[in-house]
Design a protein around this ligand. Sequence first.
Ligand code: ADP
Ligand code: MG
Length: 730
Amino acid sequence: MSLLRFDAVKQGTSREPVKAVERKESVGIFFAEAVFDRKSMRQYLSNDSFTQLCQCIDSGEPIDYHLADAVASGMRLWAMDHGVTHYTHWFQPLTDGTAEKHDSFVSPDNNGGVIEEFSGKLLRQQEPDASSFPNGGLRNTFEARGYSAWDPSSPAFIIDDTLCIPTVFIAYTGEALDYKTPLLRSLEALNKEATRVAKYFYPNVKNCTTYLGWEQEYFLVDESLYVARPDLRLTGRTLMGHESAKNQQLDDHYFGAIPERVQEYMKDLETECYRMAIPVKTRHNEVAPNQFELAPVYEECNLANDHNVLLMSIMKRIARKHHFHLLLHEKPYMGVNGSGKHCNWSIGTNEGVNLFSPGKDSAENLRFVCFVAITLMSVYKNNGLLKASIASATNVHRLGGNEAPPSIISCFLGSEVSDILERFISSSYDEAIVRNAKKELSLGVGQIPELLLDNTDRNRTSPFAFTGNRFEFRAVGSSANCAAPMLALCTALAFQMKDFADSVDRSIAKGKSIQSALYDVIRDYLNESQPIHFDGNGYSKEWHEEAARRGLNIEKNVPLLFDAYTTSEAVKMFETLGVLTSHELQARNEVKWEVYVKKVQIESRVLGDLCLNHIIPVVTRYQTMLLDNAKKLQEVFGDTKEYEELSKGTKEMIRKVCRHLTAIYEMVEEMTECRKIANRIEDLRSRALEYEQKVFPYLDKIRYHVDHLELIVDDEIWPLPKYRELLFIH
Ligand code: ADP
Ligand code: MG
């Protein structure tokens, strides 16, 4: 009897829900209570410091030592009033998750005692001993260390007894070692270029803000069952496990009643999110059993991203309290839906105009068409890069299935928008762009309804869809840091907007009217970017063929996809806008290849160990039972025809078991050999490619045999919790 599995099942099924902490006050009272937001700032800073700080945050101006000192001391008082003893610079290295090193506020006072202090210097900069974070060779550990620097645009917050200060993480040479630095640079670039384009329509626009509203999908699994699955624990996904007879066929989980234990988990999670000022809004079951989703109201992109990163760590912590384990892996279970993180994004002007909203009149319609054209063009030109930005060893299992965005980036627009764009292309400039009654430039080829939201046929098969007043990048993986896709996207958009504005300005300088200049460039963009526009079924086989014909990137090989970051076009784009240098891009790719190798290497090792230590011994025992059975039958019936007939089933089982066992054994050996060869390759890119081509395929090939054995072998002795247990116990 394999005790662990059955004990785990028993524990999982007999658990009572852990009651969520009920806050008596309304959300409005405790919202942001753990955040040093403007309300707390006003209370803990002098009037002068408060005004100056807000001004710096809003304008992005640097904060001088004087002000930093004042903010630090106010921040410390606020934190100590909330029971805080330590502080940390909180940053997002190029691994998953966040990093922090906690220091106490206490320092020696040079008189044998201690004082509690926190200076502006400590607020602004810290030198975490973080030499072992991946950096792709940017920071020679022996020479210079990295340092973290305060990002005042994202407010500090408290976790337990620690004040967490959002920071960027950079090498002394100024090169980015994290996600936040290039994200901030790309947002600044987009702000500048979007403002330039917006001014054609709204001459008084001063700046533009990029907004992000993520939707986070995740799985929960009972803690005991999780512990009994070494593959889940070590790799985040099940490397074996036959599909459950029932999984999601009936769609009875999707939007169904949330199980009580999960409901309590969600309540606690939401309370914690509100305390952290994460404006979560919706929660529901997802398609797969034990899969759920959480989404907030959208926020400024950098803040929204910090909130998502913070959320992922809060989710893990709260799950433990409820005896769940949180699975953020994109594909924890084969055969059921994987998890993504949809990135809804839009750009707004300081005057409150959403540039992707069709608006309420023909002038706004024209601005809308213009920004859609630019978006289509930038996604078209960078479809390979955008795919690279969401590619990983884990997301690869999810993309391209019949339940996740296809691994080809295309844009869905819906019939109404498509129709208007077609009319625009086929009209002359004085038909397409006219002056309305208020003498504003406006769209002459028909009206776009203001509220498209309910009209757009929500094509779930599109990785990049227009959804009424925003675009939704759906190919992002559930465990990803949204900064990776967002910084690629913002850079691509900024570059395209720059190109757009440069072209329009050039035409105007040559004496063209603004109408005809805008018309020419918009029409060129719409024409040229046509291949990226696809409203059909992204899951269909025909689309793959069609996409290849259209010249879209159809590559699926993850390590190879990363090359899109270092093509001469990409380097030029990132460098022109000051987002990342060629050296940084190369170094970041090295990190990606290294992470890819490590992930596949770990999965391969874990699978090998599980086969050798869990599966083969148990199956051999079962094989012996079958052999004993056949032998005893023969003892009773002798070498008769009756014996032949009665032992047929057992013998067939023996054959099957033997064949699967042999296959597993041989392939584990082969896979180990392949790993050894790959490990000897110096160059990281080549090693990653070798892993992708030689090691990776074994994971599925071996699994095939294990999963077949799971169907044959006596349930009583099968050592690992099965899918029906992992997926249906909550
Ligand atoms: P669905 O699952 O149907 O796509 P949800 O309501 O779950 O929709 O999620 C929509 C997400 O889009 C939310 O995070 C929301 O804040 C975000 N969102 C809505 N409008 C905008 C916008 N203009 N810009 C950016 N994000 C937006
Ligand atoms: Mg969505």
